[in-house]
Design a binder for this molecule. Structure first.
Ligand code: ARG
Length: 481
């Protein structure tokens, strides 16, 4: 099969069959193929191939008729693919060879000019970058959707006199009460940084390797600047060896997705804790909870747990791929084909997790009564008391000691803290109102702090930044096919 002469009927075997006498072994085909997972690059490869052939035409390597035939063939292949009608054959090693084979079947021998001045090494890197530009813009949009959900929940939690508050924790021990809106927006800011990182990463992805050839460029009059612009890239490569062997962009994509998955995992862990009987800070909506096959009373937070569990898988995608890269000599090595599966897996996993977590948070019943109750321990006021003494000129260390002693006395079986404070020479009656539940949470006034004033300002800044990020994502998606 592989030694049959090239023809338009698709019987020519591997595209590289020329110097081989016999067909490849079945084990080789099975082990080295990437068609089973790289078909999702088809539309990107077609877009970049169209830019490539237009470049060939500008360079005088294709007549206008030949150009028209190849563009028509590429469009036809894409249409067949979108309609689910593109049939693959055994010699299709990957989506790139499948496209060339099918174009040649459709347009005849001129199809053999499609690969002029091009190697799969620059081709695959170009198509992959092209794909990632739209895939990452899509992920960024979904991250922003989740940010919107958190912001809406923060608005419900409020910053007014009846604002919801809960204990803030350090070391998972109660520390100081904070507004619920502040807590929810803490997650929103982390996610917004993920969007920012995606934007950064997209800047480096947005470079076309097309024209680098197998590794060294070409003697033919190619136009890498023109094809880069035509395929929607911001720039072309600077070095053909680097262009064909660089997969920093894939590793960076995996890192950005891993960190986003870690953020989702932390949010998941919190939901797992909050929905326990013991915390009781939240109840899952039935639509976003699961039951137990044996225990009729159970309502389980499986989405939250899988957001936590699948972070491990995404981190594994990153770690595994870095190991793939670490010893590769310049330039292209077939190892690089291993770039796609981890990236696709990480993209799919994070995309699904984002959607599920957005639904979960949108519908989560936040039990602000339980939160308030938990945050109403008089000991939560200890820092306010110490700060009161500091405001009157006492060195902080001394103030810490004075209040600490009162706390110890109360904990050791003495009177409740408010009574000890009332009896202390250090404090007047004005501090008693801080023991009213929620009062302490409202006393945080510094920028970025957890009280109503700074939280209101923070909410406005979040809105501004989300709007700017949405516009950036929309601009990215607008240029993608
Ligand atoms: N299918 C490969 C990939 O996805 C490209 C194959 C390049 N093969 C080669 N022998 N140069 O990376």
């Amino acid at each position: 099969m592989s030694d049959a002469p090239a023809d338009a009927a698709g019987s020519r075997g591997q595209l590289w069959h020329g110097r081989f006498e016999v067909a490849p072994a079945a084990e080789l085909v099975a082990f080295t193929e990437s068609l089973s997972y790289d078909q999702r690059l088809l539309v990107d490869d077609v877009a970049c191939s169209k830019a490539h052939v237009r470049g060939l035409h500008r360079g005088g390597l294709l007549t206008a008729d030949e150009l028209g035939a190849l563009l028509g063939g590429l469009d036809a292949v894409e249409m067949e693919f979108r309609a689910g009608d593109l049939a693959f054959v055994e010699s299709d090693e990957d989506v790139h060879t499948a496209i060339e084979r099918r174009v040649t079947e459709l347009v005849g021998p001129v199809g053999g000019k499609l690969h002029t001045g091009r190697s799969r090494n620059d081709q695959v890197a170009t198509a992959f970058r092209h794909y990632l530009k739209r895939a990452l813009a899509d992920v960024a949009g979904r991250v922003l959707d989740l940010v919107d959900v958190l912001a809406a929940r923060a608005d419900q939690a409020g910053t007014g006199d009846d604002a919801a508050f809960l204990p803030g924790f350090t070391h998972l021990q109660q520390a100081q009460p904070v507004l619920l809106a502040h807590h929810l927006m803490a997650h929103a800011w982390a996610l917004l940084r993920d969007v920012d990182r995606i934007g950064d990463c997209l800047g480096r992805i947005d470079v076309s390797p097309l024209g680098a050839g197998a590794l060294a460029g070409s003697s033919l009059p190619l136009d890498p600047d023109g094809t880069a612009a035509d395929a929607g890239f911001a720039a072309r490569f600077e070095n053909s060896l680097d262009a064909t062997s660089d997969r920093d962009f894939a590793a960076e994509t995996l890192f950005v997705l891993s960190l986003c998955a870690v953020h989702l995992s932390r949010m998941g862990e919190e939901v797992v804790l909050w929905t326990t009987e013991e915390f009781g800070f939240a109840r899952l909506d039935d639509q976003y909870a699961t039951g137990s096959s044996m225990l009729p009373q159970k309502k389980n937070p499986d989405i939250a747990e899988l957001a936590r569990g699948k972070a491990g898988r995404v981190i594994g995608d990153l770690a595994g791929f870095l190991a793939t890269l670490k010893s590769l000599p310049l330039a292209y090595n077939r190892d690089l084909q291993e770039d796609k599966e981890p990236v696709f897996d990480a993209l799919d996993t994070v995309r699904l997790a984002l959607g599920a977590m957005a639904g979960l948070y949108r519908t989560l019943e936040l039990r602000t009564d339980r939160m308030a109750q938990a945050a109403s321990s008089p000991y939560a006021v200890a820092t306010d008391l110490a700060e009161h003494l500091v405001a009157q000129g006492m060195p902080f260390r001394e103030a810490h000691g004075v209040v600490g002693a009162l706390v110890r006395e109360s904990l050791d079986g003495g009177a409740p803290l408010p009574e000890l404070v009332a009896a202390s020479d250090h404090f007047g009656p004005e501090v008693q109102e801080w023991f009213v539940p929620g009062a302490s949470a409202r006393r945080r006034t510094t920028p970025g702090g957890a009280g109503p004033g700074p939280v209101t300002a923070q909410r406005a800044r979040l809105a501004e930044q989300v709007t700017a990020a949405r516009a950036a994502v929309a601009a990215r998606l607008a240029v993608a096919p």
